[in-house]
Design a binder for this molecule. Structure first.
Ligand SMILES: NC(=O)c1ccc[n+]([C@@H]2O[C@H](COP(=O)([O-])OP(=O)(O)OC[C@H]3O[C@@H](n4cnc5c(N)ncnc54)[C@H](OP(=O)(O)O)[C@@H]3O)[C@@H](O)[C@H]2O)c1
Length: 236
């Protein structure tokens, strides 16, 4: 995919991995829409993105688990950009705790944001991608979705769901010129991982995720990458 003047919608684009992906996509010449619940963070992120290139930057506050908000984001993006070429389902939360300690509210919110949010975004965007003749979808999963880790009873379950959901979607859109990739990293250096007992130097960097997405999108038409597992060097 030639990225110049293409459009991307990135959920959770105000900070962490989502923001770094937005930065790299903006540098590649794309128009970017970013979403998050905290409007002030979005505005700050947009200011930085605007200084990087000529592409348009659109900020859309809201909650990815809320169908009304997602409908509004899609409507606003299409009004400004006419297309959604790349969708990055990145918004997510972590609630660490044993199965005994997690509350039902923790469990519900993790699934609503991480899994239901990914479903809602794909549910509303795939018809548009079909109409425009194709697109690319990245779903942020996790290493915790591939292995049962301590304290990850809610988070890991949501990310395992994202991985299986991605596999189904890949099959459903296989003839629509829409490619879908799950990205499953171990600890990435962001606020989400700030309670991990791993130093910054030993963590994957947000730019590694952005570079991975750019690399995958530049592969030839026949090549598809279904799930990228990124582990930490030296991790056992
Ligand atoms: N960091 C890691 O070690 C790691 C490893 C593997 C996978 N991941 C995944 O990578 C993704 C990004 O994580 P990160 O580390 O960059 O986290 P982060 O720094 O905490 O950023 C999360 C982003 O998502 C937004 N967000 C959270 N809940 C939302 C909601 N309900 N609706 C809309 N936006 C929401 C946040 O903004 P607001 O709070 O303002 O809404 C923020 O922009 C997540 O899906 C995470 O599970 C992270």
């Amino acid at each position: 995919m030639d990225l110049q003047e293409k459009t991307a919608l990135i959920t959770g684009g105000s900070k962490g991995i989502g923001f770094t992906v937005a930065v790299q996509f903006a540098r590649a010449g794309m128009d970017i829409g970013i979403t998050a619940r905290t409007a002030a963070d979005l505005e700050q992120a947009a200011e930085k993105l605007q200084s990087l290139g000529d592409g348009k930057i659109l900020t859309m506050p809201g909650d990815v688990s809320n169908e009304r908000h997602v409908d509004q984001w899609i409507e606003d993006t299409l009004e400004d950009f006419d297309s959604i070429d790349v969708l990055v389902n990145n918004a997510g939360i972590m609630r660490r705790g044993s199965v005994e300690d997690l509350t039902l509210e923790d469990y519900r919110r993790v699934l609503e944001i991480n899994l239901q949010g990914t479903f809602l975004m794909c549910n509303k965007t795939v018809p548009q991608m079909k109409k425009q003749g194709g697109g690319y979808i990245f779903n942020m999963a996790s290493y915790a979705g591939m292995k049962g880790l301590l304290g990850s009873g809610a988070y890991g379950a949501s990310k395992a769901g994202v991985i299986r959901f991605t596999e189904t979607l890949q099959r459903e859109v296989a003839e629509d010129n829409i490619k879908v990739t799950a990205i499953s990293p171990a600890y990435v250096y962001t606020d989400m991982a700030n309670d991990a007992e791993v130093t910054k130097e030993d963590m994957i960097q947000p730019a590694d995720i952005a570079e991975t997405m750019l690399y995958i999108m530049r592969l030839s038409k026949a090549a598809v990458v279904r799930n990228v597992l990124i582990e930490r060097y030296g991790q056992l």
